[in-house]
Write a protein that binds this ligand. Structure first.
Ligand SMILES: [Zn+2]
Length: 476
């Protein structure tokens, strides 16, 4: 590393490795769900505060959202960190399926590493800024509830990201890549149907089944699938379907997620689904209440930031693995079939993916290849990407081909392969933040690129002004 600022930052991370790993493992152990990450967010916020950051807690009306800031003036470089877990994925850090507590949450998306790499990257950048007397501000955004309830959307709506010149974050993955794909926009909506209860055999004619309404709505939407764009995705669950079969259900509820590559496509499909819901209520003589949970945008990629992050990854160098780590990975790999692995690699469309079929842990650093692709999932990082050049890069944490949101990912996020990903990513964040702080031309190029990609389109919050963050989702 020739740049002295970056060297200071990387040395800081090396010296504090144990502390960084301990924080990640502690958040892994807490495994708190979206909007109730009280212990996890406090741990990260306290650590940033201990390193001289001023911390504002409970931003945007969300108790577990916070902003930690150091420095003054422009440029303002943001680093995002997530720390929510997923329900039902409790798992020990062992290479076979073994929950810590059956049915409890687990870090199946590695957000323990996400939050911690952002935190340590920000602190390390600050160490370098302080030493070299660099101008500008580094901000860490503590972002709760990425998984389902999209914390950042509410933070963006309240102006928390205003004034940020560029934003970085890291997500554990199975490749070291600063991707260029977009992601699906989506809406999450609950449909509450109210009918009339009655004895299902004795007086069925007096009953109006809310469950019938839920089912008829699903039938309608399943017919709609033929008449929406190919890339749309519509999924639902029936959250509440009645008590027992001899009582006509007086109340039933479904929860829909509607996804498409562009925000306006989601809106168009959503309007049609609303009509189907109304039709179902009409058919069953029930009443309908629509609860809009949240919406998010599609992601705007940044080639400028992808190239910057890729160059820093290569300069720092990807981790290598010890024998016992390879044995761990080997055992994890037995949980998927060779066909599943092949299909997953093919789906990535990475040039030369065929050569990776025998690779367990990929420690190469390819150029981003996926410009113009839309990843099927969604992320609230997208909403930030409409406001400032944004890059969420991945580093190898998982065995190639293993599914996301899985026990395998929980296990690997809590052991040494995950730790290596964490330390590597922390260094890449710090180095890239320093480049953005010290190279005005780079920042300008990133901003010009964003303007060009937006083509004059502006962001309108996908959640209505009167809607409040669904803070009590897990209390229901
Ligand atoms: Zn995730």
């Amino acid at each position: 590393m020739t740049d002295s600022g970056k060297k200071t930052a990387i040395d800081w991370i090396e010296r504090n490795k144990e502390m960084i790993i301990e924080i990640s493992d502690t958040v892994w152990g807490y495994a708190e769900l979206g909007f109730v990450e009280f212990k996890s967010s406090k741990l990260l916020a306290d650590e940033l505060e201990a390193h001289g950051f001023s911390v504002e807690r409970g931003v945007a009306g969300i108790p577990t959202a916070f902003v930690a800031k150091w420095g003054s003036g422009r440029p303002v470089i943001g680093v995002m960190g997530e720390y929510d877990a997923l329900p039902g994925l409790s798992q020990k850090a062992v290479p076979h399926k073994e929950p810590i507590k059956e049915g409890a949450p687990g870090h199946g998306c590695g957000h323990n590493i996400h939050g911690t790499s952002g935190m340590s990257g920000a602190i390390a950048a600050k160490a370098a800024m302080e030493k070299a007397g660099m101008k500008g501000t580094i901000k860490f955004f503590g972002c709760p509830a990425e998984e389902m309830l999209s914390g950042k959307v509410w933070m963006v709506r309240e102006g928390v990201f205003d004034g940020v010149d560029a934003c970085l974050s890291h997500h554990p993955g199975s490749m070291n890549v600063a991707g260029l794909s977009s992601s699906n926009a989506n809406n999450a909506v609950k449909f509450h149907f109210h009918g009339k209860t009655s004895h299902a055999a004795g007086s069925p004619e007096q009953g109006r089944s809310a469950l019938d309404a839920v089912e008829l709505m699903n039938v309608g939407v399943n017919f709609l699938r033929e008449h929406v764009i190919q890339d749309a995705r519509i999924h639902y669950v029936i959250e509440e379907g009645g008590g027992q079969p001899n009582v006509v259900p007086g109340y039933a509820r479904s929860w829909y997620l509607i996804r498409a590559p562009e925000r306006d496509q989601v809106e168009a499909i959503y309007q049609r689904i609303l009509k189907i819901a109304e039709g179902a209520a009409l058919m069953t003589e029930t009443t309908l209440k629509v609860e809009f949970v949240k919406g998010i945008y599609n992601k705007i990629p940044s080639r400028t930031l992808s190239e910057l992050v890729t160059a820093n990854m290569r300069e720092i160098g990807a981790p290598t693995y010890a024998k016992e780590e390879m044995r761990f990975a080997e055992e994890i790999a037995t949980s998927i079939t060779p066909e599943e692995k092949r299909d997953s690699l093919r789906k990535s469309k990475r040039p030369g993916w065929e050569e990776l079929t025998d690779v367990l842990l990929d420690n190469t650093i390819p150029d981003a290849w996926n410009e113009g692709e839309v990843s099927h999932g969604s992320t609230d990082v997208s909403d930030v990407s409409w406001h400032a050049p944004t890059m969420e890069f991945g580093t190898t944490t998982y065995v190639l081909g293993t599914p996301g949101h899985s026990w395998q990912n929980v296990a690997m996020s809590g052991m040494s392969i995950g730790h290596k990903s964490l330390i590597f990513a922390s260094k890449v964040i710090a180095a890239s933040a320093i480049d953005l702080l010290t190279k005005p031309d780079l920042l300008k190029a990133a901003k010009d690129e964003l303007d060009k990609r937006l083509m004059g389109r502006t962001y309108k919050s996908p959640v209505p002004l009167e809607a409040k963050p669904p803070l009590d989702q897990w209390a229901k």
